[in-house]
Write a protein that binds this ligand. Structure first.
Ligand code: ZN
Length: 77
């Protein structure tokens, strides 16, 4: 477990549907119906999709934070 409590990430590719851009941001989120409170799921986002993806999570009150991808822990490390 890393500093953020975030799940490890694989390829740093944007999570938006159909987007293959390199991700610059990690959106940390938690669905209290599915996850324990300290769990942080991670969506990756390029600059273009950071806004729409974070808004999607924010309206559901799932969004916990947005961090640069270099603060995330890779699955291989
Ligand atoms: Zn994207």
């Amino acid at each position: 477990m890393n500093l953020l409590g975030a799940d490890p990430v694989d390829d740093l590719v944007c999570s938006a549907r159909g987007c293959r851009a390199e991700a610059s941001w990690g959106l940390l989120w938690n669905n209290p119906k599915l996850h324990t409170p300290e769990r942080r799921k991670v969506w990756l986002a390029c600059d273009e999709h950071r806004g729409s993806l974070s808004q999607f999570l924010e309206v559901r009150a799932f969004l916990k934070g947005v961090v640069p991808v270099d603060q995330l822990e890779g699955a291989a490390s």
